[in-house]
Write a new protein. Structure first.
Length: 147
């Protein structure tokens, strides 16, 4: 039987692909005359240990990221109904204020308001819109997540 020579793979080499014919060509027993270089064996064992530790660290990082993703998905599910309600409230409130301003501006049905009341309505609309948008976009969505 022919025994193929073993080549040392560098990190940049392509992965070794084995086929069933490689098994047929392999040696059936280990040679007792093989000399093991202790320094090479030591450096290989050290490299294996480093790669094993990196593998453990990367797996724990992957698990932490998966957990964070689950948490974010859960928070999104909890936040979505409140964000939708806040949007509809803001939209309806702005529509109501727009209707009052149109009635006031064109004096439809002899509708009149004092200037101070109109200023309060317009100011409160701006505060409501800015406050709700600020709360929804920053307070709820960003504040609920850890950085």
């Amino acid at each position: 039987m022919n025994s193929p020579s073993l080549a040392v793979l560098n990190v940049t080499d392509k992965p070794l692909k084995l086929t069933p014919s490689d098994v047929d060509l392999s040696s059936t027993h280990l040679s007792t005359q093989t000399k093991v270089d202790l320094e090479s064996y030591s450096s290989t064992l050290e490299r294996f240990s480093v790669l094993s530790n990196e593998n453990i660290e990367l797996k724990s990082e992957i698990n932490a990221l998966k957990q964070k993703l689950k948490t974010n998905d859960h928070l999104d599910g909890l936040i979505q109904p409140y964000a939708a309600r806040a949007f509809w409230f803001k939209s309806l409130y702005c529509g109501f204020v727009a209707l009052i301003l149109i009635l006031q501006g064109f004096h439809i049905w002899t509708f009149t308001l004092a200037d101070s009341v109109t200023q309060i309505i317009v100011g409160s609309t701006a505060v409501t819109v800015i406050g709700l948008v600020g709360m929804v976009l920053t307070g709820i969505f960003v504040g609920a997540r850890q950085r």
